[in-house]
Design a protein. Structure first.
Length: 266
């Protein structure tokens, strides 16, 4: 029997969907929410929830691992307090806590939408992210969007700079492909399109801890080779991983915030 995606109980008195919706509301007060359906590379579609909070230039915030924990919610609130309108995409795991040991449904979602070991090609969910960035821009009257990706989603924030709707992308501790060595989690056409977007709008931004074992020096070196002067790279001293959340590093947050404020005219 599948457990409720939200409370992890085998049976939930409210039912999985009602319980999930209730916890979204209670765990992080937000202004509005909507379900977004978009395409996946290779066919099919996916539907995931987007929570919206704040007023100002739009930021698309992509979760970094299974589950959205309190640290990611705190990051969203920091951006809201700075004057951004945050679109928080929830597409994997429970809301309000992290979960590294998923249930059967969660594992299936990872395999269908994320190909974590893929080299030289992007996961199917990349197309969904592109459609979502354009949806956010449309909802904001055509305003350009800033994108923040972390860990599993770090590289997607850079690939999204190919989109006219995206003003800037921040890749915090980009970690795909897993065990990828010198490869990137995007193909040559996607690299060329993202480079063209960066050349037009200004460089993307990639950051990591210098001693990070997941977002490795080889990851960063591969990004530098692919994008050259079109990508700003920053490495902060330390052995942590999640610069903006679990292993919060204020200089990294300030660097990201300044980048987004400059790109979005805040």
């Amino acid at each position: 029997m599948l457990r409720c995606l939200s409370c992890a109980e085998k049976t939930c008195p409210a039912g999985p969907i009602a319980c999930y919706t209730s916890r979204m509301t209670s765990d992080w007060p937000h202004d509005t929410a909507f379900a977004f359906t978009g395409p996946l590379h290779g066919g099919g579609t996916a539907t995931h929830d987007i929570l919206v909070k704040g007023e100002g230039p739009p930021i698309l915030l992509l979760q970094e691992m299974p589950g959205i924990g309190p640290e990611t919610l705190a990051l969203a609130d920091r951006l809201v307090a700075r004057g951004f309108r945050v679109y928080l995409a929830h597409f994997l795991g429970p809301f309000g806590r992290l979960s590294f040991v998923g249930n059967t449904l969660r594992v299936l979602c990872i395999r269908r939408e994320f190909h974590a070991f893929a080299r030289g090609r992007e996961s199917p969910i990349g197309a969904w992210f592109r459609a979502l960035a354009n949806e956010v821009s449309t909802r904001e009257g055509g305003a350009r969007v800033g994108v923040v990706g972390m860990c599993l989603t770090g590289g997607f924030a850079l690939a999204l700079m190919a989109e006219p709707a995206v003003a800037g992308g921040v890749a915090s501790q980009p970690s795909l492909p897993v065990l990828g060595g010198d490869a990137l989690h995007m193909d040559t056409d996607q690299i060329a399109a993202a480079s063209a977007g960066m050349a037009e709008k200004g460089p993307g931004l990639a950051m990591r801890y210098s001693g990070d074992k997941l977002s490795t020096g080889r990851h960063m070196a591969a990004l530098k080779r692919a994008f050259g002067a079109d990508l700003e790279t920053v490495e902060f001293e330390g052995n942590g991983h999640a610069l903006l959340t679990v292993h919060f590093h204020d200089p990294a947050y300030q660097r990201m915030e300044a980048y987004l404020a400059a790109r979005l005219g805040l």
